[in-house]
Design a protein around this ligand. Structure first.
Ligand code: PEP
Ligand code: MG
Length: 762
C-alpha cells in the first residue's frame, strides 16, 4: 500500500486539473483496496450539501445528482462526525439512505473517511464492497492517508474556483467574478487586463488559450516539430560514433514520436478543435507523462523523462515564435507563477499597471522594483489559477493583496471610485509637504523614510522627509550580478548621503538571508527566517562585512550625517563582535589611511524577541535603537510574514506586540538611548498614532505613507494618543484593538486617512 500511496501522490501531482485528480484517486483507491466502489463526495458551499463528484463503480450518471446534507445518509454522518465510519452491513445502519440511481444496493460494506482541511470537512472519500466484511485497520489507515492528501488539493481547487466549476459549472458560465488573495507588496489599485507570463519551456506553466487562427497555429506547430526533429538529427549525427546501435535507435524513436501517427497527430486534433498550439501540445504531453509515470515497469516509467524532454524542446520553439509576435495591452497586469525582474525586459514599463506573482514575497526583487516604479503589486498569491487568466479583466488591490478577475460591474465601480478618491486625497496631502510634523498640541514627531533605491529617495525628498531611518543596503546588492566592489558601494552610499545631507541617513548593513536571497549568493535552508540571516552572515563573512563598512564610512567623508544600523541582533556577543569590526574599520581608515571622518553613530535593530527582552543591555552598548516591527511581529507571533496561508494571523496590532513595543521604548528611555520604529507599522496612520501614544517620537516609513501619517498626527494631541495606547494595552486581541482605534475617530477628515483598507467590497 505504501508503494501505491507514493505513486498516487506522484500521479496526483502531475495531473493537469482538478477533475483528473478526482478521477485518478477513485480509480487508484478502488484498485489498491480491491473493492467494488470508490467515490468522492465534495462539499458544495452554495447548497451546503455533499455532492457525488467522482466515482469508480457506481453509475457514472449519478455524479452531480446524489446530494446529501450534513448528517444525512452514511456520507453525511461521516461529515457530521468528522471521523471515519467502517461498517460491514451498511444497510443495517439507521443512517443508511438508498439512492436508486447509484445502483448501490449491491454494496454491503462501507468505509468512509472525511476529507478535512483547516478544521473544515471538505468532502468524504468512500469505498464500498458487495460482500459483507469489515475493512481492516490498514485499509482504514490507507483511506485516511489518501483523504489527508486530497484535502490540500481540494482546498486549492476551492480557492482557485476549480471546485465551483466542478460542482456548479452553471455559476461559472454566468461570467463569475473570482477573488484571490496574496501578500500586499506594493500599495495602490489598478484595473487592467491580465497578461500571463510563463517561464520558458515549462509544460505546466502554459496558459490555457484558444486559437485565434487555427491554420496559423497548425503552421507554428509543424514548424516547431520540424525544428525539433532537425535538432535531434543533428545530435544523432554528432554522437553517432559514440553510441551503439540501440542507443542510436532511441533517437529514431524520438523523431517518430513527433510524427502525425503519434504525438503530432493527437495535438493536431486538439488544435483543429480550437486550442492554441502551445496549450494543445502541453495537454497532450502532460497526459503522456502521467501515463508513463504511473506504469509498473521501471523502464517504461523512465520514459516519462524522455517525453518531458521532448515536450520542452517543442514548447521552446513554440514560445520563441510567440515572443516575437506578442502584443501587450496598454493596461497590462503582468501575472505569472514566479514573475521576475527579467520578465519586464520584453514590455515597456508604461504599459504595466500592476503585477501579480503566485510565488515570491514582499521582499522579492520584483516587489522591490514594483515599489520603486509605484506599480501596485501582489506577491505570494499561491492559489491564483494564473494560467487561466490571460486576457481577463482584473482589479489588483495592492493595499489588501487582492486580485479580482472578471469583476462584477458594482465591484468595478467601487474600485474606480476608490482610485478617484485616492487621487483627490493625494492632491490634498501634497499641501502638507512643507508643514511641520507636529501633533495637535505642537509636539514634534520626526518622520523619516525607508529607502533603498534612487527613485524612492527622490520621492522621499519630494514628500519632505526629515531623514532616512532605514536605508536597506541589500537592495542595491540585488541589482548586481556579483557582490559590488568597495568603490561601487561607496558611490551608491555617497549619492544617498549627499541627497539627504545634512539630514541623517541610517545605513543598515547587509540584511540578506530569510526571503532576501542574492542571485549570486544562494542560501538553501529548511528554515531561512530562523537561519543564516542579517548580521549572522556579515559576521561569518568579515571579508564582505568589512568592505561594506569601509564603503559606508568612506562615503560619509565631509557629510557628518551617517548612522550605521546592525540588523537581526539576537545576542550581546554578536553585537559586540559587530561593534568591534565597526571600530576597527573606523580606526584603520582614520589612523592608518588618513581619512578625516566623524565617528558614525552605531545602532541596533530590535526585531528579534530576544533583543526586546535585552533592550537595556543592547541600549547601553549603542548610540540608538530602531525597532523592526515587521520581523518582530513574525518572530513574536511565529507567523511567516510572507506566507499568505497564515496572513490572517499576522497582526501588527496583536496585544503581545503592543506590550513588547511598550517594554522596548521604556527600556530605551531608561538608558537614555534614542529610538525609532522603521517597520511597515510606522507607516500605517492608526498604528503610527498608537506608537506615539506608547512613547515613540521617531517613525520611519515608506515615502508613499509619509504625508498620510503626518496628516493624522497633526489632528491628534499627545494626551489623546496616550489615552488610546493605554486603552489598547488593556484589550485582548488584534481585532478589538483595530475596531477600538477606528471607533475613536468619527471626524471624516481623519477617517479618510486610514479608511482605504475599508472601502474595498472584500
Ligand atoms: C523590519 O523587520 O521591520 C524591518 C524594517 O526590516 P526588513 O523589513 O528589511 O526586514
Ligand atoms: Mg527586519
Amino acid at each position: 500500500m505504501l508503494d501505491s500511496l507514493r505513486s498516487i501522490v506522484q500521479e496526483v501531482n502531475s495531473a493537469r486539473d482538478f477533475a483528473s485528480v478526482l478521477d485518478i484517486i477513485v480509480k487508484r483507491v478502488r484498485k489498491t483496496t480491491d473493492t467494488g466502489v470508490c467515490s468522492i463526495y465534495l462539499h458544495d458551499p452554495v447548497s451546503d450539501k455533499y455532492i457525488l463528484a467522482a466515482t469508480e463503480g457506481l453509475n457514472p450518471e449519478a455524479v452531480g445528482n446524489i446530494r446529501l446534507a450534513t448528517g444525512q445518509g452514511l456520507v453525511g454522518l461521516v461529515a457530521a462526525k468528522a471521523e471515519p465510519i467502517n461498517l460491514d452491513d451498511a444497510e443495517a445502519h439507521p443512517n443508511f439512505a438508498y439512492f436508486p440511481e447509484s445502483g448501490e444496493e449491491r454494496f454491503r460494506s462501507f468505509l468512509g473517511a472525511p476529507v478535512i482541511h483547516h478544521r473544515k470537512v471538505l468532502g468524504v472519500l468512500v469505498v464500498q464492497q458487495a460482500e459483507r466484511r469489515r475493512f481492516d485497520e490498514s485499509e482504514e489507515a490507507f483511506l485516511v492517508t489518501v483523504s489527508a492528501q486530497l484535502a490540500g488539493v481540494i482546498a486549492h481547487a476551492n480557492a482557485t474556483g476549480q471546485l465551483t466549476r466542478q460542482l456548479s459549472p452553471e455559476l461559472v458560465l454566468s461570467g463569475g467574478e473570482r477573488v484571490f488573495r496574496g501578500v500586499p507588496s506594493v500599495p495602490g489599485i489598478s484595473i487592467g487586463h491580465a497578461v500571463v507570463i510563463t517561464s520558458p519551456a515549462d509544460l505546466y506553466a502554459v496558459p490555457h488559450r484558444a486559437a485565434s487562427d487555427i491554420d496559423h497555429e497548425l503552421a507554428l506547430f509543424h514548424q516547431a516539430l520540424e525544428q525539433t526533429k532537425q535538432d535531434l538529427r543533428t545530435v544523432h549525427a554528432d554522437l553517432s560514433e559514440k553510441l551503439n546501435q540501440e542507443e542510436r535507435a532511441l533517437f529514431d524513436v524520438y523523431v517518430s514520436m513527433l510524427d502525425d501517427s503519434s504525438l503530432g497527430g493527437e495535438v493536431t486534433v486538439l488544435i483543429r478543435a480550437g486550442l492554441s498550439a502551445q496549450t494543445a501540445w502541453s495537454e497532450v504531453i502532460i497526459e503522456h507523462i502521467r501515463n508513463f509515470s504511473s506504469m509498473e515497469d521501471a523502464y517504461l516509467r523512465e520514459r516519462a523523462t524522455d517525453v518531458r524532454d521532448l515536450g520542452r524542446r517543442v514548447l521552446g520553439y513554440l514560445q520563441q515564435s510567440q515572443v516575437e509576435n506578442r502584443e501587450y495591452p496598454n493596461d497590462s497586469v503582468l501575472i505569472g507563477e514566479e514573475l521576475a525582474a527579467a520578465n519586464l525586459a520584453d514590455i515597456s514599463v508604461e504599459k504595466i499597471v500592476a503585477m501579480v506573482s503566485a510565488k515570491g514575497s514582499r521582499n522579492s526583487h520584483l516587489a522591490i522594483l514594483g515599489r520603486a516604479m509605484g506599480i501596485p503589486t501582489v506577491m505570494g498569491a499561491i492559489d491564483l489559477p494564473w494560467r487561466e487568466l490571460d486576457g481577463n479583466q482584473v482589479i489588483v488591490d495592492g493595499h489588501l493583496g487582492l486580485i479580482i478577475a472578471n469583476p462584477r460591474p458594482e465591484v468595478l465601480r467601487a474600485y474606480m471610485a476608490q482610485i478617484e478618491e485616492e487621487k483627490i486625497l493625494s492632491a490634498d496631502l501634497e499641501r502638507l509637504r512643507d508643514e511641520p510634523s507636529v501633533t495637535a498640541d505642537n509636539h514634534h514627531i520626526t518622520l523619516w523614510v525607508n529607502t533603498g533605491l534612487r527613485l524612492d529617495s527622490l520621492l522621499s525628498l519630494d514628500r519632505g522627509a526629515e531623514g532616512v531611518g532605514l536605508y536597506r543596503t541589500e537592495i542595491p546588492f540585488f541589482m548586481q550580478e556579483r557582490f559590488p566592489s568597495e568603490d561601487e558601494q561607496r558611490k551608491i552610499y555617497r549619492e544617498q548621503m549627499e541627497m539627504f545631507a545634512p539630514r541623517p541617513v541610517t545605513m543598515r548593513t547587509l540584511d540578506i538571508g530569510g526571503d532576501k536571497a542574492l542571485p549570486y549568493f544562494p542560501i538553501e535552508e529548511a528554515n531561512p527566517f530562523l537561519g543564516w540571516r542579517g548580521i549572522r552572515i556579515s559576521l561569518d563573512h568579515p571579508e564582505i562585512f568589512l568592505v561594506q563598512l569601509r564603503a559606508i564610512m568612506r562615503a560619509s567623508e565631509g557629510l557628518e550625517n551617517l548612522r550605521i544600523l546592525l540588523p537581526m541582533i539576537s545576542n550581546i556577543p554578536e553585537l559586540e563582535s559587530a561593534l568591534a569590526l565597526v571600530n576597527r574599520v573606523y580606526h584603520e581608515l582614520t589612523e592608518e589611511e588618513g581619512y578625516t571622518l566623524t565617528k558614525p553613530l552605531v545602532g541596533a535593530m530590535i526585531e528579534v524577541p530576544a533583543a526586546a527582552y535585552q533592550v537595556r543591555d543592547i541600549a547601553r552598548r549603542v548610540d540608538f535603537l530602531s525597532v523592526g516591527s515587521n520581523d518582530l511581529t513574525q518572530y513574536l507571533l511565529a507567523v511567516d510574514r510572507n506566507n499568505s496561508r497564515v496572513a490572517d494571523l499576522y497582526h501588527t496590532l496583536h496585544p503581545a506586540l503592543l506590550h513588547a513595543l511598550k517594554q522596548i521604548v521604556e527600556g530605551a528611555s531608561a538608558e537614555n538611548c534614542p529610538i525609532s520604529v522603521c517597520g511597515e507599522m510606522a507607516g500605517d496612520p492608526l498604528s503610527a498614532l498608537l506608537l506615539v501614544g506608547l512613547g515613540y517620537r521617531v517613525l520611519s516609513m515608506s515615502a508613499t505613507n509619509l504625508l498620510r501619517v503626518k496628516a493624522i498626527l497633526r489632528q491628534v494631541s499627545i494626551a489623546q494618543a496616550e489615552g488610546l495606547a493605554q486603552t489598547c494595552l488593556t484589550l485582548s486581541d488584534n481585532s478589538q484593538i483595530r475596531s477600538y482605534l477606528e471607533s475613536a475617530f468619527t471626524d471624516p477628515e481623519i477617517t479618510r486617512l486610514y479608511s482605504w483598507t475599508k472601502s474595498s467590497p472584500y
